[in-house]
Design a protein around this ligand. Structure first.
Ligand code: SIN
Ligand code: FE2
Length: 201
């Protein structure tokens, strides 16, 4: 469904993953995290993110004093990122109608009061390739508005929900206001994991 008539291309699939699929996907992500542990990036201005991050895929999104970019290795371990699980590639295929596959999957861990300020995803080479986002764990208040300004509105993303920024919504401004802490018991230690699939290069 497209929940906002003035935001065509913003796709929302509540409950796209059933509870068994959520558990299976989390296990795959946990295996990846054991290879590529979460770390806390800093903004180009040197401010630590409240979200911890890692990546899967040929390249991963990183931020540090030098700026935002995609790179092939983990900034702390120097190792290549683990591969994107096949289940996520199939999900991308189904949702995007077979758009050329993603090469990057950002893994964000939100705990407690972690949030993500309003931004656009624009570090990718082809800004027409879709962005697909999968939520696991605690419900998040997701905020979104058109790329060309105007009001934003919020929508609650629960565990197993999938959304996508496609077509005219590809450069929509978006962010996470806050979590509804304790709304899910999926993630050990609590919180939310968001998986963002992108075609970066
Ligand atoms: C992001 O835009 O990088 C993450 C959005 C989310 O956590 O749902
Ligand atoms: Fe984003």
């Amino acid at each position: 469904m497209e929940p906002f008539p003035d935001l065509p291309g913003f796709l929302y699939r509540p409950g796209a993953l059933d509870p068994a699929a959520r558990t299976d996907l989390l296990a795959e992500v946990q295996a990846a995290i054991s290879i590529a542990p979460f770390y806390r990036p800093v903004t180009p201005g040197g401010k630590p993110f409240s979200v911890r991050m890692t990546n899967m895929g040929r390249v991963g999104w990183v931020s540090d004093r030098a700026g935002y970019r995609y790179q092939t290795t983990h900034p702390e371990t120097g190792a290549p990122w683990p591969p994107i699980p096949a289940t996520l590639l199939m999900l991308w295929d189904g949702l995007t109608g077979g758009s050329a596959p993603p090469d990057a999957c950002l893994v964000n861990l939100y705990r407690d009061t972690a949030r993500m300020g309003l931004h656009q995803d624009r570090d990718e080479a082809d800004l027409t390739a879709p962005v697909v986002s999968v939520s696991l764990g605690d419900t998040a208040v997701f905020r979104i508005g058109r790329a060309d300004g105007g009001p934003t509105r919020s929508i609650r993303l629960g565990s197993g929900d999938v959304c996508a920024l496609t077509g005219p919504a590809r450069l929509a401004r978006h962010g996470i206001d806050r979590l509804l802490a304790g709304s899910s018991s999926l993630i050990p230690g609590g919180g939310r994991i968001n998986l963002t699939l992108r075609r970066a290069t």
